[in-house]
Design a protein around this ligand. Structure first.
Ligand code: FAD
Length: 521
C-alpha cells in the first residue's frame, strides 16, 4: 500500500473533489423519485436539491459508500422532520428518510438512496436561546438536542463545573449518532457506554409520532432507540447524566511485549477501584510509535520505543487515567503508584502526561487537525470494529494481530484493544455485545488511499473469516452486513424483538435505509 504520507495534500484534495463530482454528476433529476405533492408541504422550502447539499449527504467519513438522495432537508424545527416523515407515511410508496448527524459513519449508514437525508446539524442554528444544551438546576443531568456535538456538550457542561461520565475518544460526533450505536471509550468499563447514561429521550418515530420515552414511559421505544442504528426513530433530545467534572488528569502509558500479560493487567485494573479510564493499543515495528489518534510519546521516548520494537516486532500499550482536582492534587501521584503496583509492564517503560480534563477528552482533535492540514483526513477509512469475548482474546491475538496484521504489514492506522464489562450494558437495549462478562473492544482503524483501500477491506474480510473458522463469537460494533442472514446472526436472540419493534415504530420501513437491514428483508 502506498503510504498516505507520501501523497501531496493538494493532490488528495483535488482527487476527493473530482471523485465526488463524478459521483454526483451521474445524478438524475433528483426530485423525480419524490412524490410531486412534496412541493405543497410547509417543509418544501427547506428541502435542498443542489450539488453542495446532495454531495455532503452522499459522503461520510468512510469515503467508501456513496448513495445519492433525492433531497436533503435542512430543518429549522422538530416539526419540519415530523411533517416530512408523516408525509412519507401517507404516500402509496413511501420514500426513505435518514438522519445525518455529523456523517462519521464509515459505510453509508446515514445515507438514503433516492430518499431524503435530514441534516440534523441544521437544527443547531435554530434554538431560540442559541443552543440546544440545557443543564438542569439540580446539576444531575443536561437536556441535549440529538443534533448536538459532544464537544459542545462538554463545553456547555464544564461552564457549570459538570460533565457527562461516558465518552467516545473523539468528540466531534453527534449525540443522536453515538446513541444510535452505543458510544464507548476508556471510561466505559466503569460507567457504561453512553447509551447507559441516558435518562430520557424525545423521539420522532418512523410513523412521524413525537414521543417522550424513558425506562418508565414508552419504555419499548426507549430501549429500541438506544443502540438502534437509527431504525426506530430520530432522537431530538436526550437527557444525559452529569457529575462533577475533574480539573486535570494523570495519563499513564505502560509498554508490554507479551499480550497475555498485557491483557491480564488490563483485566486486573478494570476490577480495581480508583481508575477512571483504561484503553490499550498495539505498536508494530513497521509503523511510527505516534499516530493521529495518539501523539503521546516525546521524540526521545519514541526512539526508545523504536529500539524495543526492533527486538519484539509488536508492542502493547496500556493507557490508564486517574482524574484529579485541587483537593486531590497532593495525593494523585501516590494513587497512580498504587495502581501500578503489581503490574508487569517492561521495567522502565512507563510514561506519564499531566493534562487538563478538557484536553485529555479532546485529544483526538489534535490528530484530526494535523491530518486535515496534510489532506489525509478525507481518505477512505475501511474501519473494522469488533467486540471479542475475553475467553478468545488470546486466540484473536495469535490469529489476527500476529498472523494477519503484523505478517501482512498493510495497515498503518491505530489498532485499539481494551476490555469492557457487560454488567454496565442493559440487555433490553438494541445494542448487541458478546455473551461474556468481559469482552474486548478491538478497533482496526485503517486509512487507505482511493486506489488501495480495497486491499485493507480484503484483510478485514480475512479477519472475519478467521473468526468464523476459529469459532470466535465476536460481534461487530458499527456493524455492516450485506445479507439478512448475517443481520439475524448478528442480533442473535434479539432479532425477533428487533423486528417487532421495527413493525411497531416504523412499519413502513422508512428510517435509516443506509443500515441495509430491512431493505434486504
Ligand atoms: P452519523 O454517521 O451521521 O449517523 C450514524 C447513524 O445514526 C445513521 O444510521 C444515522 O441515520 C443515525 N442517526 C444520526 N443522528 C441520529 C438521530 N438524531 N437520531 C437517530 N438516529 C440518528 N464510536 C465510539 O463508540 N467510540 C469512539 O471512541 C469513536 N470514535 C470515533 C472516532 C472517529 C474519528 C470516527 C469517525 C468515529 C468514531 N466512532 C466512535 C464512531 C461513531 O460513534 C459513529 O460513527 C457515530 O455514528 C458517529 O456519529 P455521527 O453524528 O457522525 O453519526
Amino acid at each position: 500500500m502506498a503510504s498516505p504520507s507520501l501523497i501531496p495534500a493538494h493532490f488528495i484534495v483535488f482527487f476527493v473533489v473530482s471523485r465526488l463530482m463524478s459521483i454526483i454528476g451521474n445524478l438524475r433529476p433528483s426530485k423525480n423519485s419524490l412524490p410531486c405533492e412534496i412541493d405543497s408541504l410547509g417543509v418544501h422550502a427547506k428541502l435542498r436539491y443542489d450539488l453542495d447539499a446532495i454531495g455532503l449527504a452522499s459522503t461520510d467519513y468512510g469515503n467508501i459508500v456513496h448513495e445519492i438522495p433525492s433531497a436533503v432537508l435542512y430543518p429549522t424545527s422538530i416539526d419540519d422532520i415530523i411533517e416530512l416523515i408523516k408525509f412519507s407515511n401517507e404516500c402509496p410508496l413511501p420514500f426513505n428518510v435518514a438522519a445525518r448527524g455529523h456523517g462519521h459513519s464509515v459505510r453509508g449508514q446515514a445515507m438514503a438512496h433516492d430518499g431524503v437525508v435530514v441534516n440534523m446539524l441544521s437544527l443547531k442554528k435554530h434554538y431560540k436561546n442559541g443552543n440546544g444544551i440545557r443543564v438542569s438546576t439540580s446539576g444531575n443531568y443536561a437536556d441535549v438536542g440529538g443534533e448536538q456535538l459532544w464537544i459542545d456538550v462538554l463545553n456547555a457542561t464544564l461552564e457549570h463545573g459538570l460533565a457527562p461520565l461516558s465518552w467516545t475518544d473523539y468528540l466531534y460526533l453527534t449525540v443522536g449518532g453515538t446513541l444510535s450505536n452505543a458510544g464507548f471509550s476508556g471510561q466505559t468499563f466503569l460507567y457504561g457506554p453512553q447509551i447507559s447514561n441516558v435518562l430520557e429521550l424525545d423521539v420522532i418515530t418512523g410513523k412521524g409520532d413525537f414521543m417522550t420515552c424513558s425506562k418508565d414511559q414508552n419504555s419499548e421505544l426507549f430501549y429500541a432507540v438506544l443502540g438502534g442504528l437509527g431504525l426506530f426513530g430520530i432522537i431530538t433530545r436526550a437527557r444525559i447524566v452529569l457529575a462533577k467534572a475533574p480539573k486535570r488528569v494523570k495519563w499513564v502509558r505502560m509498554i508490554y511485549s507479551d499480550f497475555s500479560i498485557f491483557t491480564r493487567d488490563q483485566e486486573h485494573l478494570i476490577s480495581t477501584k480508583g481508575l477512571e479510564y483504561l484503553e490499550g493499543s498495539l505498536l508494530m515495528d513497521y509503523t511510527p510509535a505516534n499516530n493521529w489518534r495518539s501523539s503521546f510519546f516525546s521524540p526521545s521516548n519514541e526512539s526508545q520505543i523504536i529500539s524495543l520494537l526492533k527486538k519484539h516486532g509488536i508492542l502493547y500499550c496500556l493507557d490508564m487515567v486517574k482524574y484529579y482536582d485541587d483537593e486531590t492534587a497532593n495525593s494523585v501521584d501516590k494513587d497512580v503508584q498504587m495502581l501500578q503496583e503489581g503490574l508487569n509492564f517492561i521495567p522502565g517503560f512507563t510514561f506519564m502526561r499531566d493534562e487538563t480534563y478538557f484536553d485529555f477528552l479532546n485529544r483526538v482533535r489534535r490528530g484530526e487537525i494535523t491530518l486535515k492540514s496534510k489532506g489525509l483526513w478525507d481518505v477512505p477509512n475501511p474501519w473494522l470494529n469488533l467486540l471479542v469475548p475475553k475467553s478468545r482474546i488470546l486466540d484473536f491475538n495469535a490469529g489476527v494481530f500476529v498472523d494477519i496484521i503484523h505478517r501482512q504489514k498493510k495497515t498503518t492506522g491505530p489498532l485499539l484493544v481494551f476490555p469492557l464489562t457487560k454488567i454496565v450494558w442493559d440487555d433490553k437495549m438494541s445494542a448487541v455485545v458478546p455473551d461474556e462478562d468481559i469482552f474486548y473492544s478491538v478497533g482496526l482503524l485503517h486509512s487507505g488511499s482511493f486506489n488501495d483501500w480495497q486491499d485493507l477491506d480484503n484483510q478485514n474480510n480475512e479477519i472475519l473469516e478467521f473468526c468464523d473458522r476459529a469459532g470466535i463469537k465476536m460481534k461487530q460494533y458499527l456493524p455492516h452486513y450485506k445479507s439478512k442472514e448475517e443481520w439475524i446472526k448478528h442480533f442473535g436472540p434479539k432479532w425477533n424483538t428487533f423486528q417487532e419493534r421495527k413493525a411497531q415504530f416504523d412499519p413502513r420501513m422508512i428510517l435509516s435505509p443506509g443500515q441495509n437491514i430491512f431493505n434486504y428483508v
